[in-house]
Design a protein around this ligand. Structure first.
Ligand SMILES: Nc1ncnc2c1ncn2[C@@H]1O[C@H](COP(=O)(O)OP(=O)(O)OP(=O)(O)O)[C@@H](O)[C@H]1O
Ligand SMILES: [Mg+2]
Length: 168
């Protein structure tokens, strides 16, 4: 579910290579500039590009060094200015009830930004999302469907080279 009173908009983007996936992540980060909080769901099959997009987002927020998916720790917090960006990979969450035993209370999405891979594993236990990203294989390439408030999607498209190719 997308947290907004407005009817969410769904738009499709072609991602010709991994750099394009990272670039879309960076455009998403730019759209959150000044209000780095909320929940972003990253859906898609194994290898669809979720971590690549999260990495692009974190890089654009200025996170240096290696950014690997937190496969075993399930989440990794990164300091971004005075707030925190959480990169979560719930693939190995054994039970949805375990979600709030991970220590997430320290990072409420009213104050932190959550980037959540494999949100399905939480069984609906996640707070409402401001943006849902679905990544799909398209031959060797990928495509992304973004679902969210139209003003947010317009801000994401404000980045050079990010252009919607219609609806999903
Ligand atoms: N647009 C793209 N075109 C081609 N390859 C891509 C694209 N985006 C990402 N990739 C590549 O796809 C591979 C898998 O990416 P990534 O690890 O981000 O997927 P994932 O969805 O996080 O996988 P997992 O389900 O295992 O967490 C990587 O080699 C990455 O470089
Ligand atoms: Mg991943």
């Amino acid at each position: 579910m997308v947290a907004s009173d407005a009817v969410p908009v769904v738009r499709r983007y072609d991602l010709v290579d991994a750099a394009a996936t990272e670039h879309l992540g960076a455009a998403i980060a730019a759209a959150f500039d000044g209000a780095v909080r909320g929940v972003i769901l990253l859906r898609g099959d194994l290898g669809a590009g979720k971590t690549t997009l999260a990495r692009g987002c974190l890089r654009a927020f200025g996170v240096p060094g290696t950014i690997k998916s937190p496969t075993y720790t399930l989440f990794e917090p990164y300091a971004v200015g005075r707030t925190q960006v959480l990169h979560m990979d719930l693939y190995r969450l054994a039970d949805p009830d375990e979600l709030w035993q991970l220590g997430l209370d320290a990072y409420p999405p009213e104050e932190a930004l959550w980037l959540v891979e494999w949100p399905e594993r939480a069984g609906g236990g996640l707070p409402a999302a401001v943006l849902e990203v679905e990544l799909r294989h398209s031959g060797a390439r990928r495509e992304a469907c973004l679902k969210g408030d139209g003003r947010l999607l317009d801000r994401i498209e404000g980045a050079a080279g990010v252009e919607s190719k219609g609806v999903c």
